[in-house]
Design a binder for this molecule. Structure first.
Ligand SMILES: NC(=O)c1ccc[n+]([C@@H]2O[C@H](COP(=O)([O-])OP(=O)(O)OC[C@H]3O[C@@H](n4cnc5c(N)ncnc54)[C@H](O)[C@@H]3O)[C@@H](O)[C@H]2O)c1
Length: 351
């Protein structure tokens, strides 16, 4: 029988749209995902606001001990897996501190961090300590996207030639869309990025500034071209992800009930059945966690591992660098803080 898994969570925000919520309370969804393995025990809950940690334990396991200091929690509880559900500027610093205490794995929320050097450092710290790091780009496991990947890899649209996406921003939820382009192209590296971003009128999401309008043009090493558009007019693309092959097209849309469509050149749309599952379904989180645990136990890379997450993250930070320099940026992008600070200052936007 598979051995039990001890889980601890850092950041116990109240669930979305409930009293006292400051965000989505993603760690609740992480625990539900771990619980689905049938082997998990919630041993510790940490939040700076102790009432949130206590409420979380009351919701999921009243036996779990509560903490306000995550280092103390990990030292006392020795969890196998630690979930980090904090706002983005705290991701790298927390993941590095947790990695030094050597759990088997860390599940950190997206985006990796607000700086490229920090994102690289959190990945490298986990590699150095032999700790698995999952970044919650869970949409790779939503059925419409699983079906899109299946169609592309089975040759249903011929050789893939370009990928397009459109969303509100680059860095917050936009990271899911950029990650999806890499997923659909077999996690090839990107070679260059040419981009522009307008921060004027941009708003902060989880404390991090998002551009109000932007575009990222980039190329993959296998020659596939890609473009991500962001801003209030993002719906103009007519879908949120489009994969164009030599003989057909697959599109994913934001609103159901038909989330995916595929057509051959000259033909009409077919709508593959995804069992009614949307692109937003939390079932994907449990599937991502199951793959993460299996990967750690099987000594392989998880699909949502930080190695895969670094590629779209690099494109996002290269896009800010390109916008600042008004020039193409060739990859790899050297480790550095985000160019978004300087870009915002040039554009008169508070960072
Ligand atoms: N994957 C997704 O689809 C998805 C969806 C929504 C949000 N997110 C991401 O999830 C992350 C967390 O967002 P959330 O909605 O869970 O936030 P939240 O505001 O609901 O919860 C954050 C909690 O962290 C606590 N906290 C802050 N600093 C702490 C510290 N040093 N130690 C312990 N606790 C601390 C806060 O008190 C708060 O309770 C963000 O990066 C966000 O982008 C991901």
């Amino acid at each position: 029988m598979a051995s039990p898994i001890k889980v601890a969570v850092i950041g116990a925000g109240r669930p979305w749209r409930t009293e006292g919520a400051t965000g989505f309370g993603m760690s609740h969804r992480h625990w539900i995902g771990f619980k689905e393995t049938g082997r998990a025990e919630l041993v510790g809950v940490c939040d700076l606001m102790v009432d949130r940690a206590k409420a979380y334990a009351a919701d999921h396991n009243p036996q779990a001990r509560t903490y306000t200091d995550y280092t103390e929690m990990i030292r006392k509880e020795s969890p196998d897996y630690v979930c980090v559900s904090l706002w983005p500027h705290l991701h790298a610093v927390t993941v590095k501190a947790v990695a030094a205490l050597k759990p088997k794995g860390i599940l950190c929320e997206k985006p990796m961090d607000v700086d490229w050097d920090a994102a690289l450092a959190m990945h490298e710290a986990c590699v150095a300590h032999g700790v698995g790091l999952m970044i919650n780009h869970q949409r790779r496991f939503n059925k419409p996207f699983l079906e899109a990947k299946r169609l592309i890899t089975s040759g249903a649209i011929g050789k893939l030639v370009r990928l397009d996406s459109a969303w509100h921003n680059f860095q917050d939820s936009g990271t899911h869309l950029l990650d999806m382009l890499f997923n659909l192209n077999g996690d090839e590296a990107a070679t260059w990025v040419l981009a522009q971003a307008d921060t004027r009128g941009g708003r902060k999401v989880f404390g991090a500034l998002q551009e109000s309008h932007g575009i990222i043009d980039f190329r993959f090493a296998n020659g596939v071209r890609a473009c991500h558009r962001a801003g209030k007019d993002y719906k103009d693309l007519g879908c949120i992800v489009r994969a164009t092959g030599e003989t057909g097209v697959v599109e994913i849309v934001e609103d159901g009930p038909r989330w995916i469509r595929v057509r051959q050149d000259g033909g009409g749309w077919d709508y593959p059945d995804t069992g009614g599952e949307s692109i937003h379904d939390d079932a994907a989180i449990g599937r991502g966690i199951a793959d993460f645990v299996a990967a750690i136990e099987g000594n392989r890379e998880p699909l949502l591992g930080s190695r895969n997450a670094l590629r779209p993250t690099e494109v996002i930070f290269a896009a800010y660098e390109s916008a600042l320099r008004r020039a193409r940026v060739d990859l790899p992008l050297p480790a550095a803080p985000s160019a978004l600070r300087k870009l915002a200052a040039e554009q008169g936007t508070e960072f």
